[in-house]
Design a protein around this ligand. Structure first.
Ligand code: NAD
Length: 522
């Protein structure tokens, strides 16, 4: 019998206090395989239930989540550290709204769709597209939105008739297990939505199991490993990866509004949002004033335990993430960046607190401007023109989202067209993620494919084209009988369809008709 080495247990820990909330054994490869087999066995009856009954389950889930919103939000805050109100709005509310989107739209979006034929030869056919569930969808998710990400992806997969196996982050298993419990209470049959807890090896086991599609959200490094494993067996994947989102403050921006957006965009969830403002480019004419406002607003932020209703910025998730932030800030300072706020740990508050930090005088030689920092740091750089702002914004391996700040919307839209990003917001940051209809995803190293809305739902299905011939007793002219005469007739047919000269068209049509009669009546 092959022996499997048992992976080290993992713990869910409150990042604000260090309290261990729960210890877990990691699911082994065999346990992951078994979960996928259970999902496979449960999937066909879930699909056969039909869209109407599946959406009823989603509606019950929505009711339960709304009723239990405070408990769920508290759990997320205890496990991931973010302020309670952020758990309520960016996790619970976003999921309630995503569920509403599916309840209202999934039936229409998944309906069979007629495909018309313009080509004359194909006129005697009816064709349509069916959207069929992929089967078993694997979801591997990160810790920064531990409820929202597996829920929005998982609910879309369920609505489309798939079974789902989720491998949540090893740091936030409890939030995903809460999602599983809510879905089970709402009436999801056993095996249709399962969570397997564990670290990277459990994720790799899920990517290697007999799933039909994988939706991965996490870092570029892990995403590359997953993509390589998937390529070996041509497993389709969606990759939602890291970002280094730029904020472009043009010379006509409203400074008061843009500076508030920069502060919230950089520090919400302690800067641990894939769509965080990670780089800020401000026109030289506004630069010093913008910095003054940003520093003043940053200084007023209340940092603390997310369960305290007054808290605005919580802890970071763990020591390793904090070290990355420190390394980036130190590297920037060593290269001449000016520290205007923060830049230190706050150990008196707990183990993982880092002060909201503002740096000026940064350059693209610094790690802070090139790598994902994923912490409460706002680097601000002066630019001389829109042209330079666009060039610097695009000078990145990432392309998740970007924002543009201007009083002139047309100018904003013109610049939006030039930015290499999956999403560009004009005069807002991050909130696009809360628009259930809007697609979410990146270009370049930020990923492949989309989640959310219509495009996210399309990722959960195979598109099958069904073609039905309306003249089943008729032979097709191209079913052999090749030869010089046939070639002449087919050349005539091409002329009939596409010649610019009416005479050639007519002659070609007559020749083509002969081929048609020869195939069927001669
Ligand atoms: P991570 O890559 O360390 O982990 C993500 C998930 O992958 C976890 O569940 C982890 O256990 C699993 N994993 C790790 N190695 C694996 C492997 N070899 N095979 C399979 N699974 C593996 O990322 P993280 O630290 O949890 O999350 C932060 C990152 O996620 C940031 O880069 C952030 O930008 C990104 N993120 C992106 C989006 C998006 O929508 N684009 C959303 C949230 C977070």
């Amino acid at each position: 019998m092959p022996t499997e080495t048992k992976a080290a247990p993992i713990s869910s820990i409150n990042p604000a206090t260090g309290e261990v909330l729960h210890d877990f054994d990691c699911a082994s490869e065999e346990e992951v395989r078994a979960a996928v087999e259970r999902a496979r066995a449960a999937q066909s009856s879930w699909q056969e239930l039909g869209i109407g009954r599946r959406l009823q389950v989603l509606r019950r889930f929505q009711t339960l989540l709304q009723e239990r919103k405070a408990d769920v939000a508290r759990l997320i805050t205890r496990e991931a550290g973010k302020p309670y109100v952020e758990s309520l709005l960016t996790e619970v509310l976003v999921v309630l709204d995503a569920t509403q989107f599916l309840i209202a739209n999934a039936r229409g979006l998944l309906r069979d769709q007629r495909i018309g034929h313009a080509n004359l030869v194909m006129k005697a056919k009816r064709g349509w597209v069916r959207r069929e569930p992929c089967g078993v969808i694997g979801i591997i998710s990160p810790w920064n939105y531990p409820f929202n990400i597996p829920a929005t992806e998982g609910l879309a997969a369920l609505a489309a008739g798939n079974a789902v196996v989720v491998k949540p982050s090893e740091f936030t298993s409890l939030s995903a297990l809460e999602l599983q419990a809510l879905l089970r209470t709402a009436g999801t049959p056993e095996g249709v939505f399962q969570v397997v807890v564990g670290a990277g090896a459990t994720g790799a086991a899920l990517a290697g199991a007999t799933i039909d599609k994988l939706i991965f959200t996490g870092s570029v490094a892990s995403g590359k490993k997953v993509a390589q494993a998937a390529a070996a067996r041509l497993l389709p994947v969606v990759l939602e990866l890291g970002g280094k989102d730029p904020m472009l403050v043009l010379d006509d921006a409203d400074l008061e509004v843009a500076s508030s957006a920069a502060v919230w965009g950089a520090f919400v969830n302690a800067g641990q949002t894939c769509l965080s403002v990670e780089r800020c480019y401000v026109h030289r004419s506004l630069y010093e004033l913008f910095l003054a406002k940003v520093v003043e607003k940053t200084g007023k932020l209340r940092v603390g335990n997310g369960l305290d209703p007054e808290t605005e910025v919580g802890p970071m998730i763990h020591e390793r993430q904090l070290q990355i932030v420190e390394e980036h800030v130190e590297d920037a300072r060593a290269q001449g960046a000016r520290l205007l706020a923060g830049g230190t740990r706050l150990p008196h508050l707990g183990p993982n607190f880092y002060a909201p930090t503002v740096l000026a005088g940064v350059t693209h030689e610094m790690r802070l401007m090139r790598e994902e920092t994923f912490g409460p740091v706002l680097p601000v750089m002066a630019v001389e023109s829109d042209e330079q702002a666009v060039q610097l914004a695009n000078d990145s391996k990432f392309g998740l989202a970007a924002s543009i700040w201007t009083r002139n919307r047309a100018r904003g839209h013109a610049i939006a067209a030039r930015l290499q990003a999956g999403t560009v917001m004009v005069n807002d940051v991050i909130s696009c993620y809360g628009i259930s209809e809007a697609p979410h995803g990146g270009v370049k190293a930020s990923g492949l494919g989309r989640t959310h809305g219509r495009f996210g739902l399309e990722e959960m299905v195979w598109v099958k084209y069904v073609d039905s011939d309306l003249l089943p007793r008729m032979r097709k002219v191209w079913w052999y009988g090749y030869g010089a005469e046939f070639i002449r007739q087919m050349e005539g047919f091409v002329d009939f369809l596409f010649s610019r000269r009416w005479g050639a068209r007519l002659a070609g049509g007559l020749r083509a008709l002969r081929a048609y009669f020869r195939a069927n009546w001669l």
